[in-house]
Design a protein around this ligand. Structure first.
Ligand SMILES: [Zn+2]
Length: 79
């Protein structure tokens, strides 16, 4: 099985800003568009791929300087 690199997106959110971005599914490799609601604390949630319907883990980390980063990984990825 082909390994996809961890995807990291960084941005500086405004309060309650909706970030529209596109990611590549870690399972099927298709590009899908997602909307992320920015919050003031780190969060992790799962959203199904729009193409292959498998669960993708979205991991949002908020740094001290207010910048956020999003990483994508497969749900069962133990890395
Ligand atoms: Zn997929």
């Amino acid at each position: 099985m082909e390994a996809y690199p961890l995807l990291i997106i960084q941005w500086r959110p405004k309060v309650n800003e909706l970030l529209e971005t596109s990611i590549f599914c870690p399972y099927c490799g298709e590009q899908i568009s997602v909307t992320i609601e920015t919050m003031d604390e780190s969060q992790e949630y799962i959203e199904d791929c729009q193409v292959c319907c498998r669960p993708i883990t979205f991991d949002i980390t908020v740094a001290f300087d207010g910048s956020s980063s999003l990483s994508i990984r497969a749900e069962n990825d133990t890395m």
